[in-house]
Design a protein around this ligand. Structure first.
Ligand code: PRP
Ligand code: URA
Length: 208
């Protein structure tokens, strides 16, 4: 599946702020949440609605609403949790699962340390969150875990993606739609996205 790239002047403006190494933790965190909300808006374009009857101050009418119980958000720890507020802000009743993965700095392979899902996860549309899709190893492993758990409908939201990660995701999970705010040039020898924004987790949590 081709990635859906949310190319828009407002997004480009926000990306310029978070890419800047002089941007502090507070602003970085806020903008990660804002871009996540905008990605969620795009990812909901094919959402199913149900019809209900309401009364406006003037009359009765039939109108459409989302069934928020059909959704689950799954951030990949740590950095994915930085996107979570932005999604809960627009779909407050979604359930939340967590997948803990970190990249081994030498092999760049993801190492699993946590997995906890809502018990009816199989029935939900699952939206996986991670701001950085670099080699794609973490995204592929996280989605494999969800599929092994019986999840069928999965979307993946990232803020910055590398071509290498997009390719790996498409090869391993062609059914998963990727929504990203931009695609950068490449990875460097340490597996960092260039130009990128550095280590997303460290910048969200102020750990470096
Ligand atoms: C970062 C990022 C992704 C992963 C992407 O997490 O948030 O999860 O790297 O790299 P990949 O596509 O090559 O797998 P990191 O391992 O640094 O952990 P952290 O979020 O705890 O900082
Ligand atoms: N993880 C990050 O946080 N940043 C990168 O550039 C690559 C992986």
């Amino acid at each position: 599946m081709q990635p859906i790239i949310l190319d828009n002047p407002l997004i480009r403006h926000k990306l310029s702020i978070i890419r800047n190494k002089n941007t502090g933790t507070k602003e970085f965190r806020e903008i990660i949440g804002e871009i996540a909300s905008l990605l969620c808006y795009k990812a909901m374009e094919d959402a199913k609605l149900k019809t209900i009857e309401i009364e406006t101050p003037l009359c009765k009418m039939e109108t459409e609403v989302l069934d928020e119980n059909e959704y689950a958000f799954v951030p990949i720890l740590r950095a994915g949790t930085g996107m979570l507020d932005g999604l809960i802000h627009v779909i407050p009743n979604a359930k939340i699962g967590h997948i803990g993965l970190y990249r081994n700095e030498e092999t760049l392979k993801p190492v699993k340390y946590y997995y906890k899902m809502p018990k009816d996860i199989q029935k939900r549309q699952v939206i996986v969150l991670d701001p950085m899709l670099a080699t794609g190893g973490s995204a592929v492993d996280a989605i494999t875990m969800l599929k092994e758990d019986g999840v069928k409908n999965i979307k993946f939201l990232s803020i910055i993606s590398a071509p290498e990660g997009i390719k790996k995701l498409e090869e391993n999970h062609p059914d998963v739609q990727l929504y990203t705010a931009c695609v950068d040039k490449s990875l460097n020898e340490f597996g960092y996205i260039v130009p990128g924004l550095g280590d997303a987790g460290d910048r969200i949590f102020g750990t470096k």
